[in-house]
Design a protein around this ligand. Structure first.
Ligand SMILES: [Zn+2]
Ligand SMILES: [Zn+2]
Length: 244
Protein backbone atom coordinates (compact mmCIF):
# COMPACT_ATOMS: atom_id res chain seq x y z
CA UNK A 1 0.00 0.00 0.00
CA UNK A 2 1.01 3.57 -0.61
CA UNK A 3 0.50 6.40 1.87
CA UNK A 4 0.88 10.07 1.01
CA UNK A 5 0.81 12.87 3.56
CA UNK A 6 -1.73 15.45 2.37
CA UNK A 7 -1.83 17.54 5.55
CA UNK A 8 -0.19 17.37 8.95
CA UNK A 9 -0.82 20.60 10.90
CA UNK A 10 -2.27 20.77 14.39
CA UNK A 11 -5.51 22.76 14.63
CA UNK A 12 -5.33 24.91 11.49
CA UNK A 13 -3.35 24.76 8.24
CA UNK A 14 -0.43 27.02 7.40
CA UNK A 15 -0.69 28.95 4.10
CA UNK A 16 -1.51 26.66 1.18
CA UNK A 17 -1.37 23.56 3.38
CA UNK A 18 -3.75 21.32 5.31
CA UNK A 19 -4.50 19.81 8.70
CA UNK A 20 -4.80 16.03 9.12
CA UNK A 21 -5.25 14.05 5.93
CA UNK A 22 -3.44 10.99 4.53
CA UNK A 23 -4.12 9.40 1.16
CA UNK A 24 -3.96 5.61 1.26
CA UNK A 25 -3.93 3.69 -2.00
CA UNK A 26 -3.81 0.15 -3.23
CA UNK A 27 -5.07 -1.56 -6.40
CA UNK A 28 -6.78 1.63 -7.65
CA UNK A 29 -8.65 1.97 -4.33
CA UNK A 30 -8.17 5.44 -2.84
CA UNK A 31 -9.02 6.33 0.72
CA UNK A 32 -8.44 9.34 2.95
CA UNK A 33 -7.58 8.98 6.60
CA UNK A 34 -9.18 12.11 8.06
CA UNK A 35 -10.26 15.10 6.04
CA UNK A 36 -9.25 18.31 7.79
CA UNK A 37 -9.06 21.88 6.62
CA UNK A 38 -7.35 22.20 3.22
CA UNK A 39 -7.26 18.45 2.55
CA UNK A 40 -9.71 18.51 -0.37
CA UNK A 41 -7.73 21.24 -2.13
CA UNK A 42 -4.36 19.59 -1.52
CA UNK A 43 -5.34 15.98 -2.26
CA UNK A 44 -5.82 17.10 -5.88
CA UNK A 45 -2.01 17.19 -6.20
CA UNK A 46 -2.23 13.37 -6.08
CA UNK A 47 -5.66 12.31 -7.41
CA UNK A 48 -9.08 13.57 -8.47
CA UNK A 49 -11.62 14.16 -5.70
CA UNK A 50 -14.05 12.01 -7.66
CA UNK A 51 -11.57 9.10 -7.57
CA UNK A 52 -11.81 8.80 -3.78
CA UNK A 53 -13.63 5.64 -2.70
CA UNK A 54 -13.72 6.28 1.03
CA UNK A 55 -12.89 8.60 3.89
CA UNK A 56 -12.30 7.25 7.40
CA UNK A 57 -12.67 9.85 10.16
CA UNK A 58 -10.96 9.39 13.50
CA UNK A 59 -13.17 11.96 15.23
CA UNK A 60 -15.26 15.05 14.64
CA UNK A 61 -12.87 17.84 15.61
CA UNK A 62 -12.60 20.51 12.90
CA UNK A 63 -8.96 19.80 12.05
CA UNK A 64 -9.93 16.22 11.11
CA UNK A 65 -13.27 16.64 9.35
CA UNK A 66 -13.80 20.24 8.19
CA UNK A 67 -13.56 19.32 4.49
CA UNK A 68 -16.34 16.71 4.65
CA UNK A 69 -18.83 19.41 3.64
CA UNK A 70 -16.49 20.38 0.81
CA UNK A 71 -16.31 16.74 -0.30
CA UNK A 72 -20.12 16.50 -0.36
CA UNK A 73 -20.39 19.66 -2.49
CA UNK A 74 -17.68 18.41 -4.86
CA UNK A 75 -19.63 15.17 -5.33
CA UNK A 76 -22.98 16.88 -5.96
CA UNK A 77 -21.46 19.41 -8.39
CA UNK A 78 -19.62 16.69 -10.32
CA UNK A 79 -22.78 14.58 -10.44
CA UNK A 80 -24.57 17.59 -11.93
CA UNK A 81 -21.82 17.95 -14.54
CA UNK A 82 -22.15 14.27 -15.44
CA UNK A 83 -18.66 13.35 -14.21
CA UNK A 84 -18.02 9.62 -14.07
CA UNK A 85 -17.68 8.87 -10.36
CA UNK A 86 -17.11 5.89 -8.12
CA UNK A 87 -19.36 5.35 -5.10
CA UNK A 88 -18.01 7.09 -2.03
CA UNK A 89 -18.49 6.19 1.64
CA UNK A 90 -17.50 8.10 4.75
CA UNK A 91 -16.75 5.92 7.79
CA UNK A 92 -17.14 7.37 11.26
CA UNK A 93 -18.00 6.35 14.80
CA UNK A 94 -21.51 6.83 16.15
CA UNK A 95 -20.51 7.93 19.67
CA UNK A 96 -21.69 11.36 18.52
CA UNK A 97 -24.90 10.50 16.61
CA UNK A 98 -25.52 14.07 15.39
CA UNK A 99 -22.07 14.31 13.81
CA UNK A 100 -22.40 10.84 12.29
CA UNK A 101 -25.77 11.77 10.77
CA UNK A 102 -24.11 14.57 8.77
CA UNK A 103 -21.75 12.24 6.88
CA UNK A 104 -24.31 10.87 4.42
CA UNK A 105 -25.36 13.31 1.71
CA UNK A 106 -28.03 13.39 -1.01
CA UNK A 107 -27.32 10.00 -2.59
CA UNK A 108 -23.80 11.06 -3.56
CA UNK A 109 -22.06 10.17 -0.28
CA UNK A 110 -22.83 7.05 1.79
CA UNK A 111 -21.96 6.63 5.45
CA UNK A 112 -21.02 3.62 7.50
CA UNK A 113 -20.35 3.21 11.21
CA UNK A 114 -17.24 1.63 12.69
CA UNK A 115 -16.57 0.61 16.29
CA UNK A 116 -13.78 -0.93 18.34
CA UNK A 117 -15.57 -4.28 18.74
CA UNK A 118 -14.94 -5.68 15.28
CA UNK A 119 -12.67 -5.25 12.31
CA UNK A 120 -13.92 -3.65 9.13
CA UNK A 121 -12.97 -4.36 5.53
CA UNK A 122 -12.75 -1.25 3.37
CA UNK A 123 -11.64 -2.08 -0.17
CA UNK A 124 -8.31 -3.94 0.08
CA UNK A 125 -7.75 -2.78 3.69
CA UNK A 126 -8.68 -4.30 7.04
CA UNK A 127 -9.23 -1.76 9.79
CA UNK A 128 -9.32 -2.23 13.54
CA UNK A 129 -9.94 0.62 15.97
CA UNK A 130 -8.90 1.63 19.47
CA UNK A 131 -10.57 4.42 21.43
CA UNK A 132 -8.03 7.07 22.41
CA UNK A 133 -7.80 9.55 25.28
CA UNK A 134 -9.09 12.81 23.88
CA UNK A 135 -11.72 15.41 24.91
CA UNK A 136 -14.18 13.97 22.37
CA UNK A 137 -14.55 10.32 21.26
CA UNK A 138 -11.65 9.53 18.93
CA UNK A 139 -10.28 6.28 17.51
CA UNK A 140 -6.77 5.21 16.58
CA UNK A 141 -6.66 2.89 13.56
CA UNK A 142 -4.67 -0.16 12.57
CA UNK A 143 -4.73 -0.79 8.85
CA UNK A 144 -3.56 -4.06 7.35
CA UNK A 145 -3.11 -4.93 3.72
CA UNK A 146 -1.35 -8.07 2.55
CA UNK A 147 1.43 -8.44 5.14
CA UNK A 148 1.91 -4.75 5.96
CA UNK A 149 0.51 -2.70 8.83
CA UNK A 150 0.04 1.03 9.38
CA UNK A 151 -1.06 2.38 12.75
CA UNK A 152 -2.41 5.92 13.05
CA UNK A 153 -2.77 7.26 16.57
CA UNK A 154 -5.17 10.01 15.51
CA UNK A 155 -5.42 12.44 18.46
CA UNK A 156 -4.59 11.14 21.91
CA UNK A 157 -2.60 11.64 25.04
CA UNK A 158 -0.21 8.79 25.86
CA UNK A 159 -1.56 5.60 27.42
CA UNK A 160 0.15 2.22 27.48
CA UNK A 161 -2.67 0.37 25.70
CA UNK A 162 -2.09 2.65 22.70
CA UNK A 163 1.50 1.38 22.56
CA UNK A 164 0.19 -2.22 22.72
CA UNK A 165 -2.23 -1.45 19.88
CA UNK A 166 0.62 0.05 17.80
CA UNK A 167 3.09 -2.82 18.35
CA UNK A 168 5.41 -3.65 15.49
CA UNK A 169 3.72 -1.61 12.79
CA UNK A 170 5.57 -1.12 9.52
CA UNK A 171 4.62 2.54 9.84
CA UNK A 172 3.38 4.33 12.95
CA UNK A 173 1.85 7.75 12.30
CA UNK A 174 1.93 9.45 15.68
CA UNK A 175 0.48 12.78 16.59
CA UNK A 176 3.15 15.03 18.08
CA UNK A 177 1.47 18.27 19.06
CA UNK A 178 4.20 19.74 21.25
CA UNK A 179 7.84 19.88 22.28
CA UNK A 180 8.95 17.96 25.35
CA UNK A 181 8.33 20.88 27.72
CA UNK A 182 4.84 21.60 26.32
CA UNK A 183 2.08 20.33 28.60
CA UNK A 184 -0.31 18.97 25.98
CA UNK A 185 -1.57 15.77 27.60
CA UNK A 186 -4.22 17.75 29.52
CA UNK A 187 -5.73 18.58 26.10
CA UNK A 188 -5.61 14.97 24.90
CA UNK A 189 -2.39 15.23 22.90
CA UNK A 190 1.17 13.88 22.96
CA UNK A 191 4.39 15.85 23.10
CA UNK A 192 7.70 14.55 21.74
CA UNK A 193 8.55 12.83 25.04
CA UNK A 194 5.22 10.97 25.02
CA UNK A 195 5.77 9.91 21.40
CA UNK A 196 9.30 8.71 22.24
CA UNK A 197 7.90 6.54 25.01
CA UNK A 198 5.11 5.24 22.77
CA UNK A 199 7.53 4.36 19.96
CA UNK A 200 10.01 2.81 22.36
CA UNK A 201 7.28 0.41 23.47
CA UNK A 202 5.67 -0.12 20.07
CA UNK A 203 8.93 -0.47 18.06
CA UNK A 204 7.60 0.42 14.61
CA UNK A 205 9.82 -0.08 11.56
CA UNK A 206 9.27 3.60 10.76
CA UNK A 207 7.83 6.42 12.84
CA UNK A 208 6.17 9.46 11.26
CA UNK A 209 5.64 12.54 13.44
CA UNK A 210 2.54 14.42 12.40
CA UNK A 211 -0.14 16.82 13.71
CA UNK A 212 2.79 19.20 14.23
CA UNK A 213 2.83 22.42 16.27
CA UNK A 214 2.88 25.93 14.76
CA UNK A 215 6.11 26.95 16.45
CA UNK A 216 9.77 26.12 16.82
CA UNK A 217 11.96 23.97 14.57
CA UNK A 218 10.28 20.62 14.00
CA UNK A 219 13.72 18.95 13.77
CA UNK A 220 13.88 19.45 17.53
CA UNK A 221 10.88 17.09 17.84
CA UNK A 222 12.91 14.41 16.08
CA UNK A 223 15.88 14.80 18.41
CA UNK A 224 13.62 14.77 21.48
CA UNK A 225 11.90 11.57 20.30
CA UNK A 226 15.35 10.05 19.65
CA UNK A 227 16.15 10.14 23.37
CA UNK A 228 13.84 7.14 23.78
CA UNK A 229 13.29 5.70 20.29
CA UNK A 230 16.33 4.80 18.19
CA UNK A 231 14.55 3.74 14.98
CA UNK A 232 13.77 5.65 11.80
CA UNK A 233 11.82 8.83 12.66
CA UNK A 234 10.53 11.17 9.96
CA UNK A 235 8.75 14.52 10.04
CA UNK A 236 5.49 14.82 8.12
CA UNK A 237 5.48 17.17 5.14
CA UNK A 238 3.05 17.58 2.28
CA UNK A 239 3.65 14.97 -0.41
CA UNK A 240 5.82 12.66 1.69
CA UNK A 241 5.10 9.15 0.42
CA UNK A 242 5.55 5.67 1.87
CA UNK A 243 5.43 2.56 -0.29
CA UNK A 244 4.90 -0.43 1.99
ZN1 LIG B 1 -8.88 16.29 18.14
ZN1 LIG C 1 -6.37 17.22 15.82
Amino acid sequence: MKLTVVGYWHGYPEKGEATSGYLLEQDQFKLLLDCGSGVLSNVQHYCQITDLDAIVLSHYHHDHQTDIGTFQYARIINKGMGTNMKEATIYGHRDDPKAFAKLEYQNVVNSQEYNDQSSLTIGPFTFTFKKTQHPVPCYAMKIKSQDKTIVYTADSSYFSELADFAKEADLLIAECSGYETDQVSQYGHMNSRDVGLLANQAQPAQLLLSHLPHKGDHKQLQSEVAKQFFGVTLLARAGLTFNL
